[in-house]
Write a protein that binds this ligand. Structure first.
Ligand SMILES: Cc1ncc(COP(=O)(O)O)c(C=O)c1O
Length: 432
């Protein structure tokens, strides 16, 4: 009997015991290959003693000092390390505790930026169908993800978070589509002078696993934002920290966002941590305006979490893990492509770096259950992968993310794919 309110109280869960590299073990001795780094979190792998020691050193010196009164060396170092990786553009990091908080913070910062500049009519923040930016009420209202929104729809501030249609599965990378004109039409409808910011995932995550928009789409969005005085915010909660092969996925298209949100890989799960990384122009507007960002979260800038972030950033650099994500990602994508030829249940393989997705056919099973059946079966056989559902216009559309820690080797990828192949075979037997 438990007194814990589980995510799904209907279920029982194995008790995690420990982790090392790409593996986790439960207290019964069962080993799991973490083929999705949790939820694309554990970029540097499990059981990294360097990180545990850095956090312990910080906690034994000082674990908490309120950011209303103090900064910390860990927070300063993390800000500098992130800024270094964004050079030559100057950026400033505001630390929070996770991705949803980062989204909420970015929305509020955008609002205050426009207030400081004498544009109080800019209240709305736009996002795309399909997208996912977090589960708190503001972040969920921004998210274009039908199944997550549905139960809470009456609580979501619809009028402040308008959505636009984006590229779909049919518009693969490199293919032209007129998606920018859809955004322009939405802007005209809302009145561009009422829009404070636009938030976009660089590669689709939970709502559109591994979807890479065609080249020119994101830079086109950025140009539209500039034209209308709208802040351009990239959500790199999943894609940041080397996941797609670059430190930040947005640099591939040479974007210069006004803000970037981070979480997940930033601490690699060693401690709750998220960030809004704001361009100097935004920071300077607040600094030279009222001088204070009217926001604050008790655990924001927590020194122990910041120490974890510093340690993760160093490991990613020293071990060249973004580069490994490119190389191993190419191998993983190729092998998944070969598997697609043998397993008709796979409709498409897509992704970037070590953020690869299988889009699944749902013709013979209830939509939504194909991905969960596959993910549950894989878990029962010792492999963790991450399910997703939805498409721009529907709750339907099953996909799974295969996104192991960036330290993975080709041999370990082979092991991952061996278990996945067995699960795909069993799934096909079910749907036949
Ligand atoms: C792109 C993106 N943004 C924001 C979030 C929310 O992050 P968190 O779950 O840490 O609140 C997620 C979580 O999956 C995400 O994938």
């Amino acid at each position: 009997m438990t007194q814990v309110f589980y995510r799904a109280p209907i279920k029982s869960y194995p008790t995690v015991s420990h982790g090392s590299g790409i593996y986790l073990w439960d207290t019964e001795g069962q080993r799991y290959l973490d083929g999705s780094s949790g939820a694309l979190v554990v970029n540097v792998g499990h059981g990294r003693q360097e990180i545990a020691e850095a956090m312990a050193r910080q906690a034994s010196r000082v674990a908490f000092a309120h950011t209303m009164r103090f900064t910390s060396e860990a927070q300063e170092t993390l800000g500098s390390l992130i800024a270094e990786r964004l050079q030559p553009e100057p950026y400033y990091t505001y630390l929070v505790s996770g991705g949803s908080e980062a989204t909420e913070t970015a929305v509020k910062l955008a609002r205050q930026y426009h207030l400081e500049r004498g544009e109080p009519q800019r209240v709305k923040v736009m996002a795309k169908w399909a997208s996912y930016h977090g589960n708190t009420l503001g972040a969920l209202a921004l998210s274009g993800h039908l199944s997550r929104r549905r139960p809470y729809a009456p609580l979501l501030a619809e009028s402040v978070f308008p959505h636009f249609m984006g590229p779909t599965n049919q518009h693969g990378y490199g293919e032209a589509c007129d998606c920018l004109s859809l955004v322009e039409a939405r802007l005209e409808q809302e009145g561009p002078q009422t829009i404070a910011a636009l938030v976009i995932e660089v590669v689709g995550g939970s709502a559109l696993s591994g979807f890479v928009p065609h080249r020119g789409y994101l830079s086109g969005l950025e140009a539209l934002c500039r034209k209308h005085g709208i802040l351009f915010i990239v959500d790199e909660v999943m894609t940041g920290m080397g996941r797609t092969g670059d430190w930040w996925a947005h640099t591939r298209e040479g974007l210069r966002p006004d803000m970037m949100t981070l979480a997940k890989g930033l601490s690699s799960g060693y401690s709750p941590l998220g960030a809004v990384v704001a361009h100097k122009e935004v920071w300077e507007t607040i600094r030279s305006g009222s001088g204070t960002f009217a926001h604050g979260i008790t655990y924001g800038g927590n020194p122990v979490s910041a120490a974890a972030g510093v340690s993760v950033m160093k490991l990613l650099g020293h071990e060249q893990l973004p580069e490994n994500a490119t190389l191993r990602g190419q191998y993983l994508a190729r092998r998944l492509g070969e598997m697609a030829a043998n397993y008709p249940v796979i409709r498409e393989v897509r992704g970037l770096g070590l953020m690869q997705a299988l889009v699944l056919r749902t013709d013979t099973m209830r939509a939504g259950s194909v991905a969960t059946t596959l993910v549950e079966d894989a878990f029962d056989h010792g492999l963790i992968i991450y399910p997703g559902n939805g498409s721009p216009t529907s709750v339907f559309g099953d996909h799974v993310l295969v996104a192991p820690p960036l330290i993975i080797t080709d041999d370990e990828i082979d092991e991952l794919l061996g278990i996945l192949a067995q699960s795909l075979r069993r799934l096909q037997d079910t749907v036949r």
